[in-house]
Design a protein around this ligand. Sequence first.
Ligand code: 13P
Length: 230
Amino acid sequence: MIFAANFKTNHTRKSTELYIKELNEKLGAKKPEDKVYIFPPATALDAYEGDFKIGVQNAYPTINGAYTGEIGVEQLDEFDIKTILIGHSERREHMGESQEKVAEKFSFFQEHDLEIIYCIGEPLYIREKGFEAVMQYLLAQFEGIDINYASLIIAYEPIWAIGTGRSATVEEISTTHRALKKVIGNKPLLYGGSAKPANIKEIINIAGVDGVLVGSASLDADSFSEMILS
Ligand code: 13P
């Protein structure tokens, strides 16, 4: 299983260091085959030591250059960051990243050999239209994306389940993952959206779920390690 923590705009450099120290004390007990990822804010990136990978939540598709406020490959290389989240619904929604921009970013970081966790997910009004509408919406988010890229992990995160405390049901996750697996083949497929210690077991036991991408419940090292060790 893959357990990925997306801190979003939470934690500082100092609190991330403490978090990693706490997490490291727990990770000795994790199953060797389980993989842990941590995506801290850009200001807290560093080459931390431990049984996990540090990734970046976002970067600009450039090595370096005149892109005020952004970071590129040169800044990631400094901390040996080799994993990136692309296509998160919060970036599509709040930062206005179009499918075209998301696909450009994907191609660039693919060319630079970064491992990509590519996020897709539908808003509530689409879920309410029924399963066919959901799949149509999700498949459109693969436009311009090379799903055969070797270092690709997909994360299905229904927008209405993110940060709401209300996870998708086992049935919703199961049917959506089954349909997505037909498209993405053997790529790992994570679920994200209000995953937490109370529901982690039932989520990771669903066929077609290869792990979780966790926001709120990952912010506390105890809560996240409880999920990993569940
Ligand atoms: P929550 O776990 O807070 O719902 O966030 C999920 C998410 O967006 C992870 O990328």
